[in-house]
Design a protein around this ligand. Structure first.
Ligand code: KE4
Length: 429
């Protein structure tokens, strides 16, 4: 990629946006706040590439923070959207397509009986927590420092992603009442989880965990961690919630449950499930899910839940993934190729770093230590990270603008794109 030198349209658009949108963006992590500089305003996308308001071209490693696993504007997905748009945009009534979507999800995730579609990962996670509380009759729950489960009040305690990126210790507006039942443990630390169960026997409704964390950079579960959570939940009558908003249908057709061989009681989805349109979901066995209204009394609702357009986009995306399983092995191969290529280049330059990678999720952490939880993620060298981010951006490589985010690879990423990415790193110092 040629070095990119001019962003004047993005700069102008950002100034204009700030007059009408808080911080000029509709989601904080887009604002480049921690890496410095102004966000790039995008105009179009195709395959593995983005095109910004100044006509610059980028190789995309954000892919809308995960959804665009097939690459941008996959022809089959676009055709499905266009066709459905000519028939309907929204009913607010049940449709056959929602049932077919639920059945497709069940065919890819064998340990679930029932799926409720919502419109975001936040809705999926907050509904899953309410369901766990309603089902068990308990109030407390355990989450992990650095994990992010959307912006519902109870989760905004030691949250990762944008909350960590902005260094917000306490989110104003999250009341003590809303967060007093949120118990925090360090990721990969089973002892701290066991201690909470000792302290609050029979009071903990659930553990919610990113089975592979992507909101403190990428952090992999240590061997035995997820199995240990499963055992602790079984021993103490709590539900295990896997937040697979990032990992679902991305790490494998069956997500992290398939990769790690551990079954949760409730699984939440987002991102890939909608193929770029607003879809989230939570799912589990009938025994639990039939507590959700109107089958049961745990109330949850949404005007656009199961929206025909969004379902058409998500259904087509999941169908392609289900019917072309080599996509997952290709993504794993691309992830490993990038990891080893970057490692070799940075080691040659004497730049201390570590790379966590699983399938099409990965992150580069600068510093000499391994990153296994939020504390080690936060101890990394962010100055070098920020320099690396801007160097890559200027060379047409679009990386997450935060050390507390994961790269997301797409099936459209080519050998040539990977070579150009490594070539940009060759020029980094
Ligand atoms: P949404 O409400 O943003 O669709 O999903 C919330 C959510 C829940 N669980 C996990 C594991 C997540 O990663 C997310 C959202 N991820 C962020 C990126 N780290 C979305 C990007 C953004 O906030 O703009």
């Amino acid at each position: 990629m040629q070095a990119i030198t001019q962003y004047q349209n993005s700069t102008k658009l950002f100034e204009q946006a700030k007059l009408s949108i808080p911080g000029g963006v509709n989601s904080p992590v887009r604002a480049f706040k921690s890496v410095g500089g102004n966000p790039i305003f995008m105009q179009s996308a195709s395959g593995a590439h983005l095109f910004d308001a100044d006509g610059n071209k980028y190789i995309d490693y954000i892919n809308s923070w995960g959804p665009m696993i097939l690459g941008h504007c996959h022809p089959d997905v676009v055709n499905a959207l266009v066709k459905r748009a000519s028939e309907a945009i929204s009913f607010g009534a049940p449709t056959e397509s929602e049932t077919l979507m639920a059945e497709l999800i069940k065919s890819m995730v064998p340990n679930i009986d029932s799926v409720r579609l919502v419109s975001s990962g936040t809705e999926a996670c907050m509904s899953a927590l309410r369901l766990a509380r309603g089902y068990t009759g308990r109030n407390k729950f355990i989450k992990f420092d650095g994990c992010y489960h959307g912006h519902a009040d109870a989760f905004l305690v030691k949250a990762g992603s944008g909350v960590a990126t902005l260094g917000i210790q306490h989110v104003p507006g999250v009341t003590k009442g809303a967060s007093q039942d949120t118990l925090i443990a360090a990721y990969n630390n089973l002892e701290e989880v066991a201690d909470w169960f000792q302290k609050y026997p029979a009071e903990i409704a659930a553990i919610i965990v990113e089975p592979l964390a992507g909101n403190m950079g990428c952090v992999l579960p240590e061997p035995g961690f997820l199995e240990g959570l499963r055992k602790l939940c079984d021993a103490h009558g709590a539900l295990l919630i896997f937040d697979e908003v990032m990992t679902g249908f991305r790490l494998a057709a069956g997500g992290a449950q398939q990769v790690y061989g551990v079954n949760a009681d409730i699984v939440t989805y987002g991102k890939v499930i909608g193929g770029g349109m607003p879809v989230g979901a939570f799912a589990g066995k009938y025994e639990i899910m039939n507590h959700i209204a109107p089958a049961g009394n745990v109330y949850q609702a949404g005007t656009l839940s199961g929206n025909p357009m969004a379902v058409a986009c998500g259904y087509t995306t999941l169908s392609i993934l289900k019917n072309n399983s080599q996509i997952y092995s290709n993504l794993q191969q691309k992830g490993m190729q990038l990891k080893s290529g970057i490692q070799e280049l940075l080691l040659k330059k004497g730049i201390e770093h570590s790379i966590n990678q699983m399938g099409s999720m990965m992150s580069v952490h600068f510093g000499a230590h391994k990153v296994t939880d939020f504390e080690t993620a936060a101890a990394c060298d962010t100055t070098t990270f920020n320099r690396f981010f801007h160097h890559m951006l200027n060379h047409g490589i679009y990386l997450p603008p935060s050390a507390f985010e994961s790269w997301f690879l797409s099936d459209a990423l080519s050998e040539n794109d990977i070579e150009k990415t490594l070539d940009a790193i060759r020029k980094f110092s």
